[in-house]
Design a protein around this ligand. Structure first.
Ligand SMILES: Nc1ncnc2c1ncn2[C@@H]1O[C@H](COP(=O)(O)OP(=O)(O)O)[C@@H](O)[C@H]1O
Ligand SMILES: [Mg+2]
Length: 391
């Protein structure tokens, strides 16, 4: 039986294997089901967000060869929502099943030095950076980059964890001692006008599509709000999409990749980091696009054709973090226009991403800051009110 696309496309009923059991796996599994696929999750969390909606689950550590083998032999293709699997683990998976995106891409994205080296060699603009293995390297970085700069661990950083701002010389040694393991990476502080991101998907046939550029705001190192389309000039949006496409081609990507970028005060786009998987800043696509980032991800890794990454509405996405935002869940549900997505996590620890809410606006009608805030109803920050000294 031929499939609607290339001969390599998986037929309905095939099993998509996802390494990692969090919300990105959950939303990928739902998208896979819509395309007729089953999903098998490898996770160390039996009741986690992805396991709750999957056809099958292998419970095990990501570096346990037995678990990896059982998982791989039960699926038709392997993809990831958790990137930090060991090199050995990757090799084992790749010896058993197609792994998409391929291991070399994961190895680059797992390691900030490898990532910056790859981007620099590919001619992609990044903030100035130095590898820091010793106190001597640190003082070289201090001289070359100037103050302030940022010191980051090369591995396992997320939501702003594993990094430290160096504002004064006295900050250097404590940060160097606290951030482990070494080597670290030192990055020049970008005085950015805004942060943006681009989701790019690339299929088995090498054809790539990019979603519209997203504008991102962080709070306490965690993504708080995404706006689409980003409120930056057309030329900057074009640059950002071209950069994402160049990265996807240079990596020979099969799958989905999120590219985080800074727009500096001169309007130059600098790449911050890449993530070869669905990305938090692409969650607005779930309600504002006919084919969202998760469907695009599933299509890319199962060998289906990629439709245009079209957008029918403007959108804002607000993350629901920790217990405070989840206390508003009933109010969110009761507010027309808020489109809630719950990750099924039971424990609402502070700083933990529990869900998100999308709000749509007619295409071309994304309002300004106050309008977006007002549309968020119970999640509104109340700009202007919080600084009122009479409060
Ligand atoms: N070189 C930099 N200059 C200015 N801000 C930065 C720089 N690096 C990181 N940041 C800020 O810290 C946030 C988190 O850093 P990032 O490298 O993306 O790590 P994470 O893996 O935690 O997302 C960024 O989104 C940005 O707001
Ligand atoms: Mg980041």
């Amino acid at each position: 039986m031929s499939t609607p696309s290339s001969p390599a496309a998986l037929p309905p009923g095939a099993v998509l294997g996802i390494v990692g059991g969090g919300q990105l796996g959950r939303m990928s599994a739902v998208a896979a089901a819509q395309l007729g696929y089953r999903t098998h999750i490898l996770t160390d969390e039996p009741e986690g967000p992805a396991a709750q909606v999957a056809h099958a689950v292998t419970i095990g550590a990501y570096d346990d060869p037995d678990a990896l083998r059982r998982f791989a032999t039960a699926v038709d293709v392997v993809t990831f929502e958790f990137e930090n699997i060991s090199a050995d683990g990757l090799e084992l998976l790749a010896s058993l099943r197609p792994v998409r995106p391929s291991g070399h891409i994961l190895r680059i994205s797992q390691d900030r030095v490898a990532e910056k080296r790859f981007l620099t060699e590919a001619g992609i603009p990044v903030a100035p950076w130095r590898e820091v293995s010793t106190p001597q390297d640190l003082s070289v970085a201090r001289t070359d980059l100037g103050l302030p700069f940022i010191l980051k661990t090369t591995r396992l950083g997320y939501d702003g964890k594993g990094q430290s701002r160096i504002r004064r010389d006295e900050d250097m040694q404590p940060a160097f001692d606290t951030l482990v393991p070494h080597p670290l990476v030192a990055e020049g502080m970008v005085d950015f006008a805004c942060e943006i991101s681009v989701m790019v998907a690339r299929g088995l046939d090498g054809i790539a599509v990019t979603f519209d550029v997203t504008e991102n705001r962080h709070r306490n190192g965690i993504l708080d709000l995404s706006l689409a389309p980003a409120r930056v000039p057309e030329t900057i949006r074009d640059d950002a999409r071209k950069i994402a496409l160049r990265i996807a081609d240079a990596l020979d990507l099969v799958g989905l990749l999120g590219v985080e970028m800074f727009v500096d005060r001169d309007g130059q786009v600098l790449v911050n980091e890449i993530a070869p998987r669905p990305h938090n800043s692409g969650h607005w696509t779930m309600d504002a696009c006919p084919v969202d980032q998760f469907a695009m991800h599933v299509r890319a890794v199962t060998g289906l054709p990629l439709p245009p990454a079209a957008r029918h509405s403007d959108a804002a996405m607000k993350n629901l973090v920790g217990p405070d935002d989840m206390a508003l869940w009933p109010a969110i549900l009761a507010t027309p226009g808020l489109l809630p997505h719950h990750y099924g996590k039971t424990e609402a620890r502070p700083g933990r991403k529990m869900g998100h809410v999308n709000v749509l606006f007619p295409a071309g009608a994304l309002p300004g800051e106050f309008g977006v805030d007002a549309a968020l109803g119970p999640l509104a920050e109340g700009y202007g009110q919080q600084d009122d000294p009479t409060d």
